[in-house]
Design a protein around this ligand. Structure first.
Ligand SMILES: [Zn+2]
Ligand SMILES: [Zn+2]
Length: 345
């Protein structure tokens, strides 16, 4: 089968490799589509700590069940399906505490990171993912929208933590795919206003088309001053950081009103630290929240929202390409020319 194999930084090769075989509890899916993700691009440009090359990358996908392993009863050959790239082990202390996203064994079998991924004609779904996070999709749900299940589950978790409420102002830093999904959810929470900050006019204009009420280019104006102007001088009720850099983390804390909530969603590299104004936390009760990955409950909720068709998620896919052009696709993503690219085989 055809697959994009990652050999190291800036070295991805489209090759012919063996088709996977479903072991006990596993499912092999014939991919109809796979989607690009910021993490794949990061891996291509800088590497990733979980990834041991050579490996097939790609972890956002949807397709048709090709083969089911022993003991699989939840799906059958021919079913249209989507799944996430990971699932909790169910055995470790965090799983026992019900904190499934913090599972100590999460990294053991992550599709596209520690086991072969979805930039391929076929992908094998490990048994624990089959058990917890594999869904049959309805006939009227397009594969390329269903393939958003993994990133959208992360965003749904973030929203469940920050809880945007009616009449609030939500500011999002970063107008990439994750920031835009946060925008879509924020708009559905009867918020008063959504504000999005980025440094690319292309991305900001795209966010505006998706319904952002205010767009701010941080290269051209001071977000702090502008947010004050947009919030009667008090700051934003909610700030969501969806970039993953230490300076945007620091800025996120500055943009919230007293008593506001800051969701630090983007993940900066391990070992980095930020400076915090203690006054903001103590005297002004700004609440700082983190959000990592997702639990099976988040995935269920995300799946239900995707299935409902109420969000314009399909708009996030800005172009379509054959997997053979994966290197060009990464270059276009790097230049900010695309939000997400759908890959076919
Ligand atoms: Zn992803
Ligand atoms: Zn666990």
């Amino acid at each position: 089968m055809k697959a994009a194999v990652y050999y190291g930084v800036r070295d991805v090769r489209v090759q012919d490799v063996d088709k996977p075989i479903a072991g006990p509890g596993e499912v092999v899916v014939r991919n109809v589509v796979a989607l690009t993700c910021g993490t794949d691009l990061k891996m291509y440009l800088r590497g990733h700590p979980y990834v041991k090359p050579p490996i097939i990358i790609g972890h956002e996908f949807s397709g048709i069940v090709e083969e089911v392993g022993e003991d699989v009863t939840s799906v059958k050959v021919g079913d249209r399906v989507a799944s996430t790239n990971s699932a909790p082990c169910g055995q470790c202390v965090y799983c026992k505490l019900g904190r499934f996203n913090l599972c100590e064994n999460l990294s053991e079998s992550i599709i596209g990171f520690s086991v072969n991924g979805a930039y391929a004609e076929y992908v094998n779904i490990p048994s624990r993912i089959v058990k917890h996070n594999l869904y049959r999709i309805p006939d009227n749900l397009e594969h390329e929208v269903a393939a958003l299940l993994e990133p959208f589950s992360c965003v749904v978790r973030g929203h469940r933590i920050v809880q945007a409420d009616a009449g609030e102002i939500v500011t999002i830093i970063g107008a990439g795919p994750i920031g835009l999904m946060h925008l879509m959810l924020a708009k559905r929470s009867n918020t008063e206003k959504t504000i999005i900050i980025d440094v690319s006019w292309d991305r900001l204009k795209f966010a505006e088309k998706l319904g952002a009420d205010v767009i701010i280019n941080a290269n051209e104006e001071d977000p702090l001053e502008r947010i004050k102007g947009e919030t009667n001088g008090i700051g934003s009720d909610i700030v969501i950081e969806a970039v993953g850099k230490t300076d945007t983390w620091e800025n996120a804390v500055k943009l919230a009103r007293k008593g506001g909530r800051v969701l630090l969603f983007g993940g900066p590299p391990r070992g980095t630290t930020i400076m915090l104004d203690t006054y903001r936390i103590h005297y002004e009760e700004v609440r700082i929240l983190g959000s990592f990955h997702f639990t099976p409950e988040d995935v269920l909720r995300a799946f239900k929202i995707i299935r409902s068709g109420k969000l314009p998620l399909k708009n996030l896919i800005t172009s379509r390409s054959k997997i053979d052009n994966i290197v060009d696709v990464f270059e276009r993503l790097k230049e900010g020319k695309e939000v997400k690219v759908a890959l076919f085989f």
